[in-house]
Design a protein around this ligand. Structure first.
Ligand code: LCV
Length: 264
């Protein structure tokens, strides 16, 4: 497959820094099944070749970092749209399990599941064009528990609720104030700033960083849930992805028209 056809472009810098550039601009870097499979395969290749830091980015000056989950790949109803084996969920876990920091280098707007991807990265660095918008309520999608935990952990409960309940974008300055971005830097400094941080990390003990990253993961994802709570969450979410609102929202997106929600 030529680079032009690939959803991502891949390069390795200084033998230890991997860079994945989103390359699906015609679809605003929407995260399709093939796109996400390529990201996961690339992360595994990086792991095997000893890459210690990974940068996820869009092309320079992209207006959209990623438009989120590819809506065309979403089930039309009666199937969990963000289940454990969903390609995006599998990719978020691959990012969490990569044995070194994954940095989101953000230019442009970040939508829906791409916000979860950026937030699942260990570090996020953006320029003033970056913005973050959570869209499940626009698409009638009952987001999933692990995704909600990502947001609560990153920005706190109140801000996470505002993001999900309003589906309104958060601009770069507010994202930096809230900790969605570790750093907000000028557009012309973004790549050099990000690479300098990646080189700094790659110069340190990879063994120590790998173990510290895994401790962060297990300590933040451990939520003892009574079985009854787990089953109730499953039932609540099934009600929504079996609803008229969900199937109508997906159909409306594909037909490029506003959805007509009935609340059922
Ligand atoms: C497939 C797309 C997409 C797309 N999928 O360009 O978080 S959850 O639960 O909601 C989760 C399920 C999730 O992540 O859902 C997706 C959430 N994403 C969004 O709601 C963003 C939807 N996209 C947009 O609002 C616009 O495309 C933006 C504002 C990103 C860019 O607008 P712009 O005018 O620059 P177009 O809308 O014209 O899109 C260009 C092409 O990309 C496709 C879109 O259908 C169009 O394809 P065609 O040229 O074939 O018509 N596209 C955009 N987003 N998420 N396809």
């Amino acid at each position: 497959m030529s680079d032009e056809d690939r959803c991502i472009l891949v390069e390795t810098l200084d033998q230890r820094i991997g860079m994945i550039t989103f390359n699906r601009s015609a679809k605003r870097n929407a995260l399709s099944k093939a796109f996400l499979e390529d990201v996961r395969a690339t992360l595994e290749g990086f792991r095997q070749s000893g890459v210690r830091v990974v940068i996820l980015r869009a092309a320079s000056a992209a207006r959209v970092w990623s438009a989120g989950h590819d809506v065309a790949d979403l089930p039309r109803g009666h199937v969990d749209p963000l289940g454990y084996d969903d390609p995006l969920e599998m990719t978020l876990r691959a990012v969490q399990r990569f044995p070194g920091p994954v940095i989101a280098m953000v230019t442009g707007a970040v939508w829906g599941g791409a916000c979860d991807l950026a937030m699942t990265c260990d570090i996020a660095i953006g320029d003033p064009t970056s913005s973050f918008c959570m869209t499940p309520a626009r698409l009638g999608v009952p987001y999933n528990a692990s995704g909600l935990i990502h947001f609560i952990g990153r920005v706190g409960l109140n801000i996470a609720k505002e993001m999900f309940f309003t589906a309104s974008p958060i601009d770069a300055q507010r994202a930096a104030n809230l900790g969605l971005l570790n750093h907000l830097v000028e557009a012309d400094e973004l790549e050099s700033f990000t690479l300098a941080m990646a080189r700094q990390i790659a110069s340190l003990s990879g063994a120590a960083i790998e173990v510290i990253k895994e401790q962060f993961r297990v300590l933040t994802m451990t939520r003892p849930l009574p079985v009854e709570t787990f089953e109730r969450i499953h039932a609540l979410r099934a009600k929504v992805y079996n609803s008229h609102d969900y199937s109508e929202a997906i159909q409306a997106f594909l037909e490029k028209r506003p959805p007509r929600f009935t609340g059922n």
